[in-house]
Design a protein around this ligand. Sequence first.
Ligand SMILES: Cc1cc2nc3c(=O)[nH]c(=O)nc-3n(C[C@H](O)[C@H](O)[C@H](O)COP(=O)(O)OP(=O)(O)OC[C@H]3O[C@@H](n4cnc5c(N)ncnc54)[C@H](O)[C@@H]3O)c2cc1C
Length: 397
Amino acid sequence: MRSIECDIVVVGAGPAGSLAARIAAENGASTILLEEHPKVGYPIYCAEGLSLGGLKDAGVDPKPPVVCQEITKARVFAPNRDFVELTSTDWKGYTLNREVFDSLLAEMAVEAGADLLTSTKATDLLKEDGTAVGVKAVSGEETLEISAKVVIGADGHASIIRRKAGLGEWFPDVVTCAQYRLGGLELEEPGVNEFYLGRAVSPGGYAWVFPKSAEVANVGLGVRKIHTESPIKYLKRFVANDPRFKDAEIQLVNGGICPVSGVLEKVVSDGLMLTGDSAGQLIPATGAGIHSGLESGKIAGEVAAKAVEEGNVSAERLSVYEERFDSYWGERIRDSRKVVEMLDKFSDENLNILAKVMTNEDVLNLANGTSVARTLTRIVARSPKGIINLMSAYLKQ
Ligand SMILES: Cc1cc2nc3c(=O)[nH]c(=O)nc-3n(C[C@H](O)[C@H](O)[C@H](O)COP(=O)(O)OP(=O)(O)OC[C@H]3O[C@@H](n4cnc5c(N)ncnc54)[C@H](O)[C@@H]3O)c2cc1C
C-alpha cells in the first residue's frame, strides 16, 4: 500500500470534479484529482448540449473540437406534434464533443497545479472521529491511501463518497435514459435541438434530437416512474416512427441515469463536500447538469481551499459552499422540480392544450426553473379551467 498526502482530494474527473480541482489548485491547495477510467471523458453518457454561457463559465472557447454544432433554436413538441419554437437573440448553445470537453477541463486542472491520477478508483472514505480525512483507492494492483484535509466527492450519481459519508444511498427520483448516436442523416436544420413530450413517447421525461452535424445526431429519451417498458424499447419506437432516421446507422448506444429529485438535503459534512450529480445538482425538468455541475465545482474548490488555509474544515465552515450554490442554482433546481411534479399531473391531452397557450419565453422559464411563479401566473391567465386546476396546487406553494 502506498500513502500520499495532499490538502484536497477530488474524486471523479467529470465537469464538477475538474472545476473543483482547478479552482482548489489555483487557490494554493495541493490537490489530487482521481478518475477511475484510463481516459477522462470516456465512456460518454450525455446528449452533449451546453449553452454558450456554460462554456464561458468553464473558461472554454466554443471552438472545434470541443464543440461540433452551433445550436440557435429549440423546438418543443406537444404529444400531437404541435410545437413551440424557442429562439432568443441573447442565447446560443452548442453540441459538444463531450469527451474532448471533459478531457480539456481535466487538463486545465493539471495546468493549474492539480495531480491527475487516471485508472484510479476510490473504494472507501477514510474517517477519524466522524471527520473525512481521505480516501482509499485502487490503481491496478496497487492500493493507495490518500490523506486529505478535504475530500470532494464529484463521482457522479452513483457516488461512493456520498454513500460512505452517509449523505444518501440513492435519490428519491431518477430519469433512466437510452440514447443512440445516429449517423448517415440528412438533417435539414442541424442548428435546432428538438424535445418531444408525451406519455406515449417518453413517460415522465422527454425524447430529444440533438444534432452533432447535419449527418450525425444524439437521439435519446428518458423515462420516470410511470413507464411500463424499458427506455430502449421506447427509443426504438421513437426512432422507427421518424422517417428521417429510416436509413440511419447506429454509431453508439448508451444511456445513463439523471437524479432529478433535487439537491440532497446535506451536501457537506466535516472534511467533506459533494458536487455535481453526486449531490443531485441537475435541473430536474431538463436533466441538464453540466452547467450547474461546473458552477458547483467552482464554488466547492474555492471554499475547500480557503477552509484548508484557515485550518477549519468543519461542516459549518464548508457549508458556505452550500449557501453560495443555493442562492442561485439551488433555487432554480427547486423551482424546476416543482414544474416536473406539476407536469406529472398532465395527460397528453392537457399537454396539447398547454402547448397552445405557452409562449417561447414561458417554455424556457419553466424548463430552466427561472421566474417560475411569475411565468405560471401568466400562463394561468391564458388557460382554460381544466389546466388552471392542474396548476393550482403549484401556484399556492
Ligand atoms: C443520457 C444523458 C444525457 C445527458 N445530456 C445532457 C446534456 O445534453 N446537457 C447537460 O447539461 N447534461 C446532460 N446530462 C447530465 C450530465 O451528463 C451530468 O449532469 C454531468 O455529467 C454531471 O457532471 P459530474 O461531474 O457531476 O459527474 P460525471 O460527469 O458523471 O463525472 C463523474 C466522474 O467520476 C468518475 N468516478 C465515478 N466513481 C469514481 C470512483 N469511485 N473513483 C474515481 N472516479 C470515479 C466517473 O468515471 C466520471 O468521470 C445527461 C445525462 C445523461 C445520463
